[in-house]
Write a protein that binds this ligand. Structure first.
Ligand code: SF4
Length: 243
């Protein structure tokens, strides 16, 4: 049993000509000569590797729609309302005090240096993709005022056309990284932090040294490989000059 439908997906803006589709291949049961349909195989004959990119480029984020046989909707949590724990000392639990707005969701992490959070949430890592770059402001401001930790993804410095390197090929000036950090810090209210993810190229460029020396960041996330995304590790650019 195939848990997803290969060969056609909204993410790649492809579809089958027929309603009858072979589950294992995603081909229509009648793949007809002269088809003007729009499946991935059909498009790949014209557009080659371009088809693997969800599109339109720079305008979307894409997720997988694999239909796992088990998800949270299969579970029922049989809650009950009896008593109240965690109320301030001396406060009796009753319908007026044990209310949702009174719940304290704050927490912290870190061994020697604690980072407080208003709610235990880390964002996904938004890095060098165009959609992340141009939507950074509201994403970063939202994380800062919510008191959660914002993860800046990898390769942000390397993809920045205004990047300046010193004679040792280490970062001297990375304007887009500066912008991202400064945007978060402008609205930071003491909860959460911005941390920067680093891949091999970031390590070679000295991203950790740069964000620590220039912005005082104390947390990095070292990345060993791609796990979450089937086409991760690649980004698309609008021109060879940008590359
Ligand atoms: S080429 Fe056309 S007929 Fe063949 S599998 Fe694709 S959509 Fe279906």
């Amino acid at each position: 049993m195939n848990l997803q439908q290969p060969n056609a997906n909204e993410a790649t803006r492809t579809s089958n000509r027929s309603r009858s589709v072979v589950p294992s291949s995603g081909l229509c049961t009648r793949c007809v000569d002269g088809c003007r349909g729009n499946c991935e195989i059909f498009q790949a004959t014209f557009r080659g590797r371009e088809v693997i990119y969800p599109g339109p480029f720079g305008e979307i984020t894409a997720g997988g729609d694999k239909n796992y046989p088990l998800d949270y909707s299969h579970l029922n949590i049989q809650g009950y309302a009896l008593g109240a724990k965690g109320l301030p000392k001396g406060v009796e639990g009753n319908p007026d005090t044990a209310t949702f707005p009174a719940v304290n969701t704050e927490t912290d992490y870190g061994w020697d240096i604690k980072v407080k959070m208003r709610v235990p949430i880390f964002t996904g890592a938004l890095g060098s993709t165009e959609i992340a770059r141009k939507n950074w402001e509201h994403f970063a401001v939202g994380a800062a005022i919510s008191g959660v930790t914002l993860v800046c993804g990898e390769n942000v410095c390397g993809i920045n056309p205004q990047l300046e390197l010193d004679s040792n090929k280490k970062i001297k000036n990375a304007p887009d990284m500066d912008r991202r950090i400064e945007t978060y810090k402008r609205y930071h209210q003491g909860y959460g932090e911005i941390l920067v993810q680093m891949n091999v190229e970031d390590t070679r460029l000295g991203v950790a040294e740069y964000v620590h020396a220039k912005h005082g960041l104390q947390t990095i996330e070292l990345k060993w490989g791609q796990g979450a995304k089937c086409i991760g590790g690649e980004i698309k650019v609008k021109s060879l000059e940008r590359a």
